[in-house]
Write a protein that binds this ligand. Structure first.
Ligand code: PLP
Length: 346
């Protein structure tokens, strides 16, 4: 029996645009995203990791400053903040969503907390408002890890535009993708000036491009070449034209996967829900009971349905096991068993 793939990138279903050159495609992509996100304050970057790293450096962490991160998240989040000099404090998540638990955040906050990263797992923002309020009331910067959230919103406001920064991924598994790519949205003007320098190798090249200075020079140690390949706009454009269709198909896949899960009548499983404002990028299931998990995996194999695990919790990892971790629900430690089901266009 031929094994079905776990994933087929969305771009395989949308022909690269031949009507526009790179520059025209870039301008159209920026127009569409400007409308979708309701802001023009964004930077295309090579990956979501690059977006997280730029956000982290823009926050200018100094000795003893802390950042609160989910333990259940992509390792790139930890790398980005560690590199930018933040002390990492890990928190637990909620079994209903796998998003961070506000109670755990409250336990982790101290006078040293400078930032919180909120991951909208599976493009679902449930629980975000509570963390947003905590951050606001304590004047703590909020970074939305919206890697999985293109086309997802909360009360019609696009995810990634609600905190100080929003970080998106266009890697090959995302609903809209170009192999590797990302986007950083900056929603707080106070970070913009430094961010513009960091983005262009730590120089004031932006002022040079605007004709304000005769030359540009080195002004920030932490800058880098964070630019995005202009050829990739032609790959993103046809998908962005059809983003509602793509996310509609993802919803249908999600309903099919929920039917499959529902047919088992599990007692111990937590799994994703339909949220009409989510893009249903990830369909996941987590078991409390190992026997139910075994039954499910056996059945997937019999039906030739591919599946994958997801992030290994940071607080159990080699690099993260000595970091402070605030356990509340006990969900993060179980998350190494999470199972993801396929959601690609069929
Ligand atoms: C929640 C989350 N954050 C960050 C990333 C990193 O994205 P990238 O591969 O574009 O760097 C991913 C990747 O899948 C992710 O799922």
């Amino acid at each position: 029996m031929e094994l079905r793939p776990f994933h087929i990138p969305t771009s395989h279903f949308f022909k690269k645009s031949i009507l526009w050159n790179d520059e025209e495609a870039e301008s159209k992509v920026k127009d569409i995203l400007g409308h979708l996100l309701g802001t023009k304050s964004f930077f295309f970057v090579p990956s979501c990791f690059a977006a997280l790293e730029l956000a982290a450096y823009s926050l200018d962490f100094t000795l003893n400053d802390e950042v609160i991160l989910p333990s259940f998240t992509h390792v790139s989040v930890a790398n980005a903040f560690q590199r930018a000099g933040a002390k990492i404090i890990l928190v637990d998540c909620l079994p209903e969503t796998m998003n961070i638990d506000p109670e755990s955040v409250l336990k982790a906050i101290s006078k040293k907390t400078k930032a919180i990263v909120y991951m909208h797992y599976a493009g679902n923002s449930t629980g975000f408002t509570a963390v947003q309020e905590i951050a606001k009331s304590m004047d703590i910067a909020l970074i939305e890890d919206a890697a999985q959230s293109i086309g997802s919103s909360q009360e019609k406001k696009h995810l990634g535009t609600l905190g100080d920064f929003g970080c998106f991924s266009f890697d090959y598994q995302k609903n809209v993708e170009c192999g590797q790519g990302g986007l950083l949205v900056c929603n707080n003007e106070k970070y913009l000036e430094r961010l513009q320098r960091l983005y262009l190798n730590g120089t004031n090249q932006i002022e040079f491009n605007q004709g304000k200075v005769d030359y540009f020079d080195w002004q920030d140690f932490n800058g880098g070449n964070y630019r995005f390949s202009s050829h990739l706009f032609q790959i993103l454009l046809p998908q962005l034209f059809h983003i509602d269709t793509i996310n509609g198909i993802k919803l249908k896949n999600a309903l099919d996967n929920l039917n499959l899960i529902g047919s088992f009548n599990f007692n111990s499983a937590h799994f994703f829900k339909i949220n009409e404002e989510s893009n249903h990028q990830t369909n996941w299931i987590l078991f409390e009971d190992h026997n139910e998990e075994k039954t499910f995996i056996h059945s997937l194999k019999e039906k030739n349905i591919p599946f994958l695990k997801h992030y290994y919790p940071l607080h159990l990892s080699k690099m993260g096991k000595n970091l402070p971790f605030h356990e509340t629900t006990g969900t993060a430690k179980k998350s190494k068993n999470i199972i993801r089901l396929p959601t690609y266009i069929r």
